[in-house]
Every structure is written in structure tokens, then in C-alpha cells.
Design a protein around this ligand. Structure first.
Ligand code: GLA
Length: 389
């Protein structure tokens, strides 16, 4: 793929000068959903799918962007003096947002860039194609402009800042963190309150992680996401009138049950309940994985789905169909919605010998029920973002 991208780069921008190449992965979250903006724990891993870039420096202040995924946009040209978000600039608002966030921190770019991008993460699937593009841009800037003091965690935070304050989605830190900090064959157990993290080996000799893409994306994604976040913030304020906490992630289930009366609205109470219980599930799931208790890990995934479906209400018909089908399939250890929700993907743990049937049977039943095909990816857990050449 990189070769094709390189060829395209030369075709568009010419052959001269030094070309550098970079990669940043997408992610799948195993458990701990909608906890990252509530001071809870998440457990994502980086994929081997991701976004690639070929880059060359320029002598002026021009920025040129091209993406093979948005070929019809052609080359989008802008300048370092025009770093304002602009709807018409489409996908280039992601890299521009990261440049803006670097400059805001005093890291000014002395010259422009020619960039060509290609990503193999299916767009809008909830596998963090936008976070991977942000982290990719961060790695490019750090490398090309020699911002050696910028760590990979900083790159994740800068990407989140760009997403929140330039692109208008109030996301947490999980996606950018997973893309920047991923480690082959490991998931990252991240405490989003402190940013302390630990790599946990995902050794599943008898099973595979399978992502199923529903291939639907409902339009509410961003607005409903921001609504959920606001509901949790209001619930937190209400809880703070009766208990001394800074985030929902500090509460145990028992404490939540004791204090939940302070949350005056039943919908908000369910939202906050999800955040508290899901955080505890994530903690328990990591312990289960360490103890090689994959069955318990799977059960916790299933409970996570039920909570996201009924209490947090971020699932949708198509995803529930996929999860129900998975739950009924022999050899499935656990299955749940993953990512922000309202479409996108499920993640399942499936016994090795059942993977083929899983893909075939669920693929067929989904097509019958929904009217279009699902896509399946057997996951390889990959490394975080980096320069390739
Ligand atoms: C999206 C956001 C993340 C996280 C998940 C839900 O992927 O970008 O920060 O909140 O949703 O867990």
C-alpha cells in the first residue's frame, strides 16, 4: 500500500526532495466504554489497520494535503497562516487541527509540508480513523520539526485537544492514547483520571478477537456523544452535593447505590450508573485476563453491552442484531458494541475453531435481517504510531 501511496505522492507533487513515511493505527476497545471522560478505566488495543502518510517539507508556508480515501477532493491547499476550521476543508481539518494545537503550545512550524495519506481503517466504523490521523500528524510534526520534548502521551493529548477544540467532538483520551501508545500483542489498561497505564499481554491461544462492522453509522454520533457527556457531568455535580469525588470513576458500585438518590433525573441516573459499573467491569476484566479466566472476561463484555444498550443507550438495532447473533453462536466467549456507538462495530472473542462459522453464519443472518452485508476482521494487535522510513 505504501508503495502505491508513494507513487501517488510523486505523481501529484513531483519526485524531488527527501520523502518520509509514517503510520498510526486505529484501535479497538475491549472493555471500558464511555468511561474515558468520566475518569474511569479503558482497555483498548492498537490495530494493524491504520493511516499511512508520505511527507516532504516545503520552503514556503503552504500546506498541501491529499488523501487516497477522499480522492475526489483532490489536493487541498492551505497555508500555515490560515489555521481556522472550515467545513469545506473536510478531512484536512484533522491534520490542520493538530498543527493548530502544536502552535498553540508555542511549537511554531517554520515551513509548510506536502502530505499524502492513505488509511485502511473503514471510515466511520468506530475504529478511530480520525484519531489515527491526528496522532499520525503529531508524529510527523515531532519528527520533521524536531520537537524532541514532545512525548507520545503529549501527542495523544494534543490530538484530543484538536478533536475537542478544533473539530468540535468532545471525545475522551482513549482513541488517541491507543493509537500513540499501542504495543504489539498487548492491550493498554489506562486510568483516564491519572493517565497511568499498564500493558497487559493478550494471549489467547484458543481464541481470536473478531471485529464485526455493521456498516451503519447513524447521524447522531457526535451530537448524542456530546449529550451523554453533558448528562454525566450534570450527574457528577449532583453527586458532589453528597459525596466528595472529582469523577464518577472514583465511585464503587456500592457507593453509587448509596448516593444515587442525589441524581434527580432517572435518565441521568442510568447514565452515571453505566459509567460507574462499566469502570468496575473494566478493572475486573483486566484481572480476569491476567488470571487467564477468559470466560469471565467474556461475561463482563456481555454485561458491558447490556449496559450500553439499556442504560447508556448508545447501541442501535443493527448492532444489537449482531451481538444477539454472536451470543447465540457456539464458541463465542463474549460480544459487545465497541467505540462511541450508534452504529460502527462489535468486538467478540471467538474460539479458534468457531471463527469460520461465526463469520459465515452471522454474515448470512445479518444480511437476511438488515439487508446489507457486515464485514469481519480477525484482529492482530499492532504497535503504536511511528515513522516508517
Ligand atoms: C469515542 C471517543 C472515545 C470514547 C469512546 C467511548 O471513541 O472518541 O474517547 O469516549 O467513544 O468509549
Amino acid at each position: 500500500m505504501l508503495e502505491k501511496l508513494m507513487q501517488k505522492f510523486k505523481e501529484l507533487y513531483g519526485e524531488n526532495g527527501e520523502l518520509r513515511t509514517y503510520f498510526a493505527p486505529g484501535r479497538v476497545n475491549l472493555i471500558g466504554e464511555h468511561t474515558d471522560y468520566n475518569g474511569g478505566h479503558v482497555f483498548p488495543c492498537a490495530l494493524t489497520l491504520g493511516t499511512y502518510a508520505v511527507v516532504r517539507t516545503r520552503n514556503d508556508r503552504t500546506l498541501r494535503f491529499y488523501s487516497m480515501n477522499f480522492d475526489s477532493f483532490g489536493v487541498v491547499e492551505t497555508s500555515l497562516d490560515d489555521l481556522v476550521p472550515n467545513k469545506a476543508a473536510s478531512w484536512t481539518n484533522y491534520p490542520k487541527g493538530v498543527i493548530w494545537a502544536f502552535e498553540k503550545r508555542g511549537m511554531k512550524l517554520s515551513h509548510g509540508l506536502d502530505i499524502a495519506i492513505y488509511g485502511d481503517i473503514p471510515n466511520g466504523s468506530g475504529l478511530s480513523s480520525s484519531a489515527s490521523l491526528e496522532v499520525l500528524t503529531g508524529v510527523i510534526l515531532k519528527d520533521i520539526f524536531g520537537f524532541s520534548e514532545v512525548t507520545m502521551v503529549d501527542i495523544a493529548l494534543i490530538g484530543q485537544d484538536a478533536e475537542n477544540n478544533y473539530n468540535g467532538c468532545n471525545c475522551g483520551i482513549m482513541d488517541q492514547f491507543a493509537s500513540a501508545m499501542g504495543k504489539k500483542d498487548h492491550a493498554i489498561f489506562l486510568d483516564t483520571n491519572t493517565l497511568n497505564y499498564e500493558y497487559a499481554p493478550v494471549k489467547l491461544p484458543d481464541a481470536k478477537i473478531v471485529i464485526t462492522n455493521s456498516k451503519v453509522k447513524h447521524s447522531l454520533v457526535d451530537s448524542a456523544y456530546n449529550d451523554r457527556r453533558n448528562e454525566c457531568e450534570t450527574a457528577l455535580k449532583e453527586l458532589q452535593t453528597v459525596v466528595d469525588i472529582k469523577t464518577l470513576g472514583e465511585l464503587t458500585e456500592e457507593q453509587f447505590e448509596e448516593y444515587k438518590h442525589a441524581v434527580k433525573d432517572s435518565v441521568r441516573q442510568r447514565r452515571a450508573g453505566h459509567a460507574v459499573y462499566e469502570n468496575q467491569r473494566a478493572i475486573r476484566a483486566v484481572e480476569a485476563l491476567k488470571a487467564n479466566d477468559i470466560a469471565l472476561f467474556g461475561e463482563l463484555m456481555n454485561s458491558s453491552h447490556i449496559s450500553l444498550r439499556d442504560d447508556y443507550e448508545v447501541s442501535c438495532k443493527e448492532i444489537d442484531i449482531l451481538v444477539d447473533l454472536a451470543w447465540k453462536t457456539e464458541g463465542v466467549i463474549g460480544s459487545r458494541i465497541t467505540g462511541g456507538g450508534f452504529g460502527g462495530c462489535t468486538v467478540s472473542i471467538v474460539k479458534n475453531e468457531a471463527v469460520d462459522t461465526f463469520v459465515k453464519e452471522i454474515g448470512k443472518a445479518y444480511l437476511d435481517k438488515v439487508g446489507h452485508e457486515a464485514e469481519f476482521y480477525v484482529v492482530d494487535i499492532g504497535e503504536g504510531a511511528r515513522r516508517l522510513g
